[in-house]
Design a protein around this ligand. Structure first.
Ligand code: T4K
Length: 374
């Protein structure tokens, strides 16, 4: 096993299948700007994700930016979010000239600690932007109760939650809108891509304009938009990958279960896994390397690396600690988020990861357990 094992590997159809599927583009020369494959993918994804409305985007980040813009919050409004996420979540708020207010997360699953939200609400608060981190579902009922009480919008960062359903409903049906990422590293990819899901059709029209420069007619530009359209090559990749997503998730599950089996009783190692009413998409395999383990998280990261295994510290550091945001926003207690960020490590997981590799990774982890002499 000399090959490098990276944290993930893009899911793809066969070369022949993709080449065959993109052939018609050489007849039509229609490559982007809401083409036929774009429309077909929107329809198919609505069905797969069990949502009434969906707008495709060039990537998950622009989907977040466009969605926040679509709600038209006054400049300087506060958005309550979490720092235990990919930098994109915080960037999207700040690039809209809004202020992130960081709320702590729960030790059990890394999602927003809903019990800490109300004390952060001020007259400037406009929305909540919680993250279904690793596909772990936020407490959507309590978040809805708070949002209703204070008349706030809820936008979920569902970048990791493709295909997840909660209490029998697609996860994209909760809140005012949910944003998915279809990046190459995700459970489901369109090379680069993303989507916004929501109930209200007016949001579809708004996003359609915003992602196309705010153009409303050949000679009319009504608002300041951007270019966030998905092109036809990506849409075709998405159509083909959608056919194999269930297979990809099943294969991930086998590897995930194997990790759980091998690591469940290693002292000091905890799997950051949510138990509950949501389905799992096996997007990531995050573990926490606690004090009771033989070496530190960084120590284990290095040992794995020496063995050709490239795990990742998703999500360390907290976004609030990054140079561009540090000390700029309200100081709040982020004790749990900081602890998780210091201990977390995501192990390799993808559909064709060799089972032998999973065992090898677990062996390395087990061999560094405290008081174990292998
Ligand atoms: N919100 C959240 C919570 C997110 O996690 C993300 C993205 C977003 C919003 C924004 O969505 P997008 O705009 O990205 O659609 C990766 C991804 O680029 C990013 O999409 C993802 N989250 C984040 C968690 O991970 P990096 O900087 O770690 O990627 P990179 O290039 O180091 O790749 C990681 C591994 O993936 C590589 O070691 C190998 C594999 N890989 C990578 C690429 C680029 C492939 O197999 N194929 C590839 O094409 O950010």
């Amino acid at each position: 096993m000399d090959e490098k094992i990276l944290v993930t590997k893009s899911s793809m159809p066969s070369y022949e299948e993709y080449i065959e599927a993109i052939k018609p583009l050489w007849d039509t020369h229609w490559l982007t700007n809401m083409g036929v494959y774009h429309s077909e993918l929107e329809e198919k994804l609505k069905n797969y994700l069990d949502v009434p409305e969906l707008s495709l985007m060039v990537n998950g980040h622009m989907a977040l930016e466009m969605t926040i813009q679509a709600f038209g919050f006054p400049e300087g409004s506060e958005i309550i979010t979490t720092p235990f996420t990919f930098i994109s979540t915080t960037h999207a708020i700040v690039r809209n000239r809004l202020k992130p207010v960081f709320c702590d997360v729960k030790d059990a699953d890394g999602t927003i600690d809903e019990t800490g939200i109300e004390e952060l609400i001020t007259e400037k608060t406009a929305a909540l932007l919680p993250v279904h981190v690793y596909g772990n579902v936020c407490n959507v009922e309590e978040i809805e109760r708070i949002a209703d009480k204070y008349n706030l919008r809820v936008i979920y960062d569902a970048a990791h939650a493709f295909g997840v359903s909660y209490k029998g409903k697609g996860i994209g049906r909760y809140g005012d809108a949910s944003v998915f990422s279809f990046h190459a590293t995700k459970v489901y990819n369109t090379i680069e891509g993303g989507a916004v899901t929501f109930e209200d059709h007016r949001i579809y029209e708004k996003l359609y304009n915003l992602k196309n420069f705010g153009i409303r007619g050949e000679e009319i530009v009504s608002e300041v938009g951007a270019n966030a359209k998905m092109n036809e090559f990506c849409a075709i990749m998405g159509l083909l990958n959608l056919k194999r997503t269930d297979y990809a998730i099943r294969e991930r599950k086998k590897r995930y279960d194997c990790y759980v089996q091998c690591l469940k009783d290693v002292e000091g190692i905890r799997i950051l896994r949510q138990e509950g009413a949501a389905t799992d998409n096996y997007a990531y395999f995050p573990i926490l390397v606690g004090e009771g383990y033989g070496i530190s998280r960084d120590g284990l990261y290095d040992v794995l690396k020496e063995n050709g295994i490239f795990a990742r510290k998703y999500f360390y550091p907290l976004t609030s600690d990054q140079a561009c945001f540090k000390n700029k926003y309200k100081k709040v207690n982020l004790k749990t988020a900081r602890k998780l960020a210091d201990e977390v490590m995501v192990l390799p997981l993808y559909e064709d990861l060799e089972m032998e590799s999973v065992h090898k990774i677990c062996e390395i982890i087990r061999s560094n357990e405290k008081n174990k002499d292998y």
